[in-house]
Design a binder for this molecule. Structure first.
Ligand code: 13P
Ligand code: SF4
Length: 319
């Protein structure tokens, strides 16, 4: 038992070596999303977008999964691994998309569309997943929607902007749940255009959680891993990044000679392009959750079983 009580850290500790020690002792794998702070990205075993992280969670042989991301990601890992311990550094690391789709309201909404199949973005709760036919992420949403015959009516939830982008990409109407990401909807079109004018040699890479008014200015639209691939492949030396700026750490590491310019939110004085939920995790909290084996993610087994079917369908379709 540690002499430092739950939630407190010895300030003289080297957190990197302590996390490495615990990772071995616990037989743990550390999965981190690209929006995590640089230190967390650097110490993780796997960094990835939502699809890659759920694929790795499905495959891991580690006994403990430490998920440096937000709650719905860790919850998905737990659903895929009911017998493993899944830890999240901060239980308050939520997501506005998941919070904006309460299961009871979603059930009432779906009652109006009885002959529709339900495609849900992975950024939702286990209860919303359990009401869905298939899950998608931003990197496979077009493919998943396109797997249904054109005459099959679809509900897409909970991100209306991602749904709108998929609709336009496939020229296919869907019923959209009216949710949004509070970070990606804060990007300002006027400021983005001003940035493009100031940097005429830059290309713009944007995440499809942004509204269409922003996406119309993008040279590339894709998931976080798609944006990273674009940064590697483009011959441009300057890239305006219209997503959470945590990803710039990897972009800069992979492309030291290129310049990455974070797109601003509504005003320069706020950090509103940083996800307040992703940023709840810190290296210290990562260490603490491993040392104290808490907070641990739990999911009601009946709900988990119902949510597993649409998650597995996504993993099958993404092979
Ligand atoms: P990706 O799957 O593109 O990493 O997106 C996750 C997310 O939450 C974006 O806001
Ligand atoms: Fe959710 Fe948006 Fe944060 Fe992604 S960036 S976790 S969608 S609030």
């Amino acid at each position: 038992m540690s002499e430092f009580p739950l939630g407190s850290v010895d300030p003289t500790l080297d957190l990197f070596s302590e996390i490495n020690r615990l990772r071995k002792e616990m037989n743990a794998v550390i999965l981190a999303h690209f929006y995590q702070e640089p230190d967390i990205q650097d110490i993780a075993d796997v960094i990835g977008d939502s699809l890659a992280l759920s694929q790795r969670a499905a495959e891991t042989e580690a006994e403990v999964i430490v998920f440096a991301g937000v709650h719905f990601m860790a919850e998905t890992a737990k659903i895929l691994n009911p017998d493993k311990q899944v830890l999240l550094p901060d239980l308050e690391a939520g997501c506005s998309l998941a919070d904006g789709c309460p299961p009871d309201e979603f059930a009432a909404f779906l009652a109006d569309y009885p002959n529709h199949k339900v495609v849900s973005y992975i950024n939702c709760s286990a209860a919303t997943k359990a009401m869905s036919d298939v899950i998608c992420t931003s990197s496979n949403a077009v493919k998943i929607v396109d797997s249904y015959p054109p005459d099959q009516p679809l509900v897409f939830a909970p991100d209306r902007y991602l749904g709108d982008w998929v609709s336009r990409s496939l020229d296919r109407q869907m019923v959209l749940w009216p949710g949004s990401c509070e970070v990606h909807e804060m990007f300002n079109e006027k400021k983005l255009v001003e940035l493009k004018v100031a940097h005429p040699d830059a290309r713009v890479a944007a995440h499809p959680e942004c509204p269409g008014s922003i996406l119309q200015h993008a040279d590339h639209i894709g998931s976080t891993s798609g944006i990273l691939a674009f940064a590697r492949q483009t011959d441009a030396h300057k890239i305006i990044v219209v997503t959470e700026p945590g990803i710039i750490h990897q972009m800069q590491k992979e492309n030291p000679d290129k310049e990455f310019i974070p797109a601003p939110g509504t005003d320069e004085t706020c950090n509103c392009n940083e996800c307040p939920y992703m940023r709840k995790n810190t290296l210290e909290k990562l260490y603490l959750c491993m040392r104290d084996r808490t907070p641990e993610i739990t999911v009601d087994p009946v709900l988990a079983e119902a949510a597993l079917t649409p998650i597995n369908r996504m993993l099958e379709l993404s092979r």
